[in-house]
Design a protein. Structure first.
Lengths: 420, 505
């Protein structure tokens, strides 16, 4: 072919080839060579939603054949879309989904797979990551690196649990948590924007500070006086009428606590505001070229300051999710690196809200898949199971996501008259 | 509308950037501000635009003093500025860039880009710009980006337009277009402040000329003044603008490139199958608008580029694949495009910078240590030879002026046995005096029988020094022409037009 292709086109084509190769590999391995004649049972029911059938049992080898053939067909569709110059993200996503199904079908031969439950678990694991990545997005898009997401989440998780316990009311916990997140942001904004401190070091220091402080208070306050300070109130799930009855997705999306509904709202709002409103245009401008924004009369540092505080509020709600949104009581260092995974999701998602959400869901799903498979007791070592999703992630990044470009002025303090 | 500056003074520490500057521009007038780099032109304009706060002085619009503490004050007063480094957001569309800071909203608080599109089209038609409101700025050629900047100023009714070194990034054709636009704006009554150090353009378009030297207005002139007069006002002493080039016939080819292709990290060919040869005793200029592959070609000669295909030989020896160290020791002197970034180690002393390339060989290296006495003795010698003005050879090289820094680079690079001198933008950002010195040195190397590759985007420099000129456009050597070529032909070639008149030599 003498046709000249752009880098993006070559990458997309390479992605399609990789997916075809993976489909063929899985068809061969799971459908024939290593196929099992035992039955795999997929469960679809979680609560009382309307369903036609509650589970589907299929011979593992046949299941694998069906799923991989569907993904091969979808590869063909993806190629046709590519030929017509259209995006292939949806097609590639579907192919990956069916490939994962084929893998599960093979790995869980002879077992029962609670498919709906697994997807719900994925969403629950992804929720704090999504909040964290939205916090990161608000900062980085305005040109401030936010390594302190972890600290924001942890301080808010602590505050939510304590305030909810003391007031004996979860709502007060949910109100206090964003304030805690914003206080951490205040430290970040003051030192990063006002004093131009290196933002990576600063974020790191804030995290160490929050971990130390919460550890101390946990040991001296929450453990001895747990009955009043940390007795584990939680929000109960709110079932949305009708919507929660939709098969498969209903119970996953619409039978959740208020915090998850807030998450939908926040993601939607940020996605809209960032690309369609004056605030969004200015925010993107100060993250890319603050001097240019300044020369048209935008107060760069003020907007940055505001956005970092806003990010703290968002991360704060995510922090509340760890305690009053799920397990109730606060545990030592309970965020265990979620802030950093959220940052990874943001970058993986190309600094776009929907991209970050997709990446967070993928991370949540990977996490959950590994544990589900080891719980139902598949023969493969669970460590190996945990690796598979990350290998898939690497393939997705090289084949489909392509080069990630951070906002050009990310991490650079702005002082008038100094740049250029 | 008229703009007047009264006794503007600005100090940066001990340096007086602007010393009681008075200036007046009337509506419908192009007022050129001529001065060397570092004379204080840009500081003055940044004061007018609210980016720098003056220590004292007044800005008056139509005779009334105004307060300008930030750019929005200047915009409100009707002052627009086209910056030397464009104030455009590369990942935004033209329309988004134009509305930024003045956003109009629809009733539901969503950005309204429609009005901006209409305004952009209206101004584009009025001035003959072809600007697509929905194009991404980073995908536009530099000349078009500049038009976007001009539209940005005009759309908010700028009555005073400051153009800061607007022609530095343009091809000769684009420059001519810009001068036309400036004349049109003048007819419409806009007051224009045109900052430049290019004498030809000043003479072509200015109504009045103020010359700034060391932060002071040292004189005014009319466009009828000769280039020599203007230059000597700018520098403060008589200047000879023509480099004295002796006629001399070139010898054997020394440096020969065959099908030389250079790729960037993404695999795109930034130089595509370049064929050229440089003979002993000649200057081959590689001309072209910035970003057409010249820089990469220069860097490839000492193997600073990673993905090089084809052949490049020096007196018959293949260079492609050698280490940088070995390439240098084959007899290549290299003056990099950015002396601060690639030519010098700013925090090292002048003496140390002078032996960066030879620190590992005798007499500077003794066993595992470096001989301080030899290093200092060498520095004393070089400083004298190249007339480097300094306080002490032990001072960090970053304390020197641009011209003296370039002399340090030259002194070091020419201290090895040299067959080829590669000079990449050797006079960028230098004052007229230093330019003279660098030009003389380059011609001296040529006359001593060395092959010289000169990479320059300055047409005047190319015309003055070159024996032959290779014009690069989008990574290809479009043509190699004799130095008898006219400016216009060269300009056309730089814009990618292969004219029949530009004979291939």
């Amino acid at each position: 072919m003498s046709q000249i292709r752009s880098i993006a086109e070559r990458r997309r084509l390479r992605g399609i080839y990789v997916l075809i190769a993976l489909s063929l590999f899985e068809l061969l391995m799971f459908g024939f060579l290593k196929a099992s004649s035992e039955k795999t049972t997929f469960g679809f029911v979680l609560g009382k939603e309307w369903v036609w059938f509650h589970e589907w049992a299929v011979k593992s080898s046949q299941g694998a054949q069906i799923f991989t053939l569907i993904s091969l067909a979808l590869c063909g569709w993806a190629y046709l879309r590519f030929r017509n110059g259209k995006t292939i993200a949806l097609a590639a996503g579907l192919v990956s989904g069916f490939l994962i199904l084929a893998f599960i079908d093979w790995a869980a031969a002879g077992k029962f797979i609670p498919l709906t439950g697994m997807l719900q678990g994925a969403l629950l694991l992804a929720a704090p990551l999504i909040f964290g990545s939205m916090s990161g997005l608000l900062c980085e898009r305005s040109g401030v690196i936010n390594i302190a997401i972890e600290g924001q989440l942890l301080s808010a998780a602590f505050t939510a649990a304590v305030v909810a316990s003391l007031c004996n009311n979860v709502v007060w916990g949910l109100i206090a948590a964003p304030i805690a997140g914003a206080l951490i942001s205040l430290i970040l904004a003051t030192f990063a924007i006002k004093f131009g401190v290196d933002q990576v070091i600063l974020g790191f220091v804030i995290n160490v500070f929050v971990i130390g402080l919460t550890d101390f208070l946990y040991k001296k306050l929450l453990i001895p006086y747990g009955a009043t300070w940390n007795y584990g109130l939680t929000f109960s799930a709110i079932k949305i009428p009708l919507l929660s009855k939709i098969p498969i997705i209903g119970p996953i999306l619409f039978s959740q606590s208020i915090i998850v509904y807030l998450m939908y709202l926040i993601v939607g709002l940020i996605n809209f505001a960032l690309f369609k409103t004056r605030w969004g245009l200015r925010t993107r401008a100060i993250g890319e070229h603050p001097t240019a924004a300044d020369t048209v009369g935008i107060d760069v540092n003020r907007l940055r300051f505001r956005n970092v505080l806003l990010a703290g509020l968002v991360a704060g709600i995510g922090g509340a999710y760890f305690t009053i949104g799920s397990v109730g009581s606060f545990g030592k260092e309970m965020t265990s690196g979620a802030g950093f995974i959220a940052l990874a999701a943001l970058i993986f998602g190309k600094y776009r809200p929907m991209g970050a959400v997709a990446a967070a869901l993928l991370f949540g799903f990977s996490d959950n898949l590994g544990s589900t498979l080891s719980i139902i007791g598949v023969s493969i070592p669970s460590e190996f199971m945990l690796m598979v999703p990350y290998i898939a992630t690497i393939i997705a990044v090289t084949g489909l996501v392509g080069r990630v470009r951070a906002p050009a002025a990310d991490g650079v303090p702005y002082t008038r008259g100094e740049s250029h | 509308m008229s703009l007047e500056l009264r006794a503007i003074t600005k100090r940066f520490g001990a340096l007086i950037a602007n010393d009681a500057i008075d200036l007046k521009v009337e509506a419908g007038q192009i007022h050129a501000i001529l001065g060397e780099n570092g004379a204080g032109k840009s500081t003055l304009m940044n004061i007018v635009y609210g980016l720098v706060a003056p220590d004292s002085g007044e800005i008056l619009v139509d005779g009334k003093p105004i307060k300008v503490t930030q750019p929005s004050d200047a915009l409100d007063a009707g002052i627009g500025m086209v910056h030397q480094h464009f104030m455009l957001i590369p990942v935004f569309t033209v329309a988004e860039n134009i509305i930024l800071g003045h956003e109009k909203l629809k009733s539901n608080r969503v950005l309204n880009l429609e009005q901006a599109r209409i305004d952009i089209k209206r101004i584009s038609e009025e001035f003959g710009f072809e600007v697509d409101p929905d194009a991404l700025v980073e995908e536009l050629p530099v000349g078009v980006q500049q038009r976007v900047e001009i539209i940005k100023a005009l759309i908010y009714d700028a009555k005073v337009l400051i153009l800061d070194e607007p022609t530095a990034v343009l091809t000769p054709q684009e420059t001519d277009e810009l001068l036309k636009v400036m004349r049109k704006l003048r007819e419409k009554g806009t007051a224009i402040i045109f900052i430049t150090h290019k004498l030809r353009e000043v003479k072509a378009v200015a109504d009045e000329i103020s010359i700034i030297r060391r932060g002071k207005v040292v004189g005014t002139a009319l466009p009828t003044a000769s280039q020599e007069e203007l230059a000597s006002l700018m520098v403060g002493r008589p200047v000879d603008l023509t480099a004295n080039k002796s006629s001399k016939s070139a010898g054997e080819p020394i440096l020969v490139g065959r099908d030389l292709t250079i790729r960037d990290a993404l695999g795109r060919a930034v130089v595509n199958k370049a064929n050229f040869e440089v003979r002993a005793g000649e200057v081959l200029a590689i001309a072209g608008v910035q970003g057409n592959g010249q820089s990469e070609l220069a860097r490839a000669i000492i193997n600073l580029e990673d993905h090089v295909e084809g052949s490049l030989s020096l007196s018959g020896k293949e260079l492609v694949g050698l280490s940088i160290h070995d390439s240098l020791h084959e007899g290549i002197a290299f003056i990099p495009e950015s002396r601060e970034l690639d030519g010098l180690v700013g925090s090292f002393s002048i003496a140390e910078n002078l032996i960066l390339d030879l620190h590992d060989s005798a007499p500077f290296s003794k066993g595992i240590s470096i001989s301080a006495t030899e290093v200092l003795a060498n520095a004393e010698k070089r400083v004298k030879e190249f007339d480097i003005r300094l306080q002490s050879i032990q001072d960090p090289v970053s304390s020197l002026s641009g011209g003296n820094k370039q002399k340090v680079v030259l002194a070091r690079e020419l201290s090895r046995p040299v067959k080829v001198l590669v000079a990449s933008q050797p006079t960028r950002g230098l004052d007229v005096g230093s330019i003279e010195f660098v030009h003389e040195r380059i011609l001296a190397e040529r006359d001593a029988g060395r092959a010289v590759v000169l990479i320059s985007t300055e047409l005047d420099e190319v015309m003055a020094l070159a024996d032959r000129i290779a014009v690069m456009y989008r990574g290809e050597i479009l043509a190699t022409v004799d130095s008898t070529v006219t400016r216009e032909e060269l300009g056309l070639l730089m814009a990618g037009v292969s004219s029949k008149k530009a004979s291939v030599a």
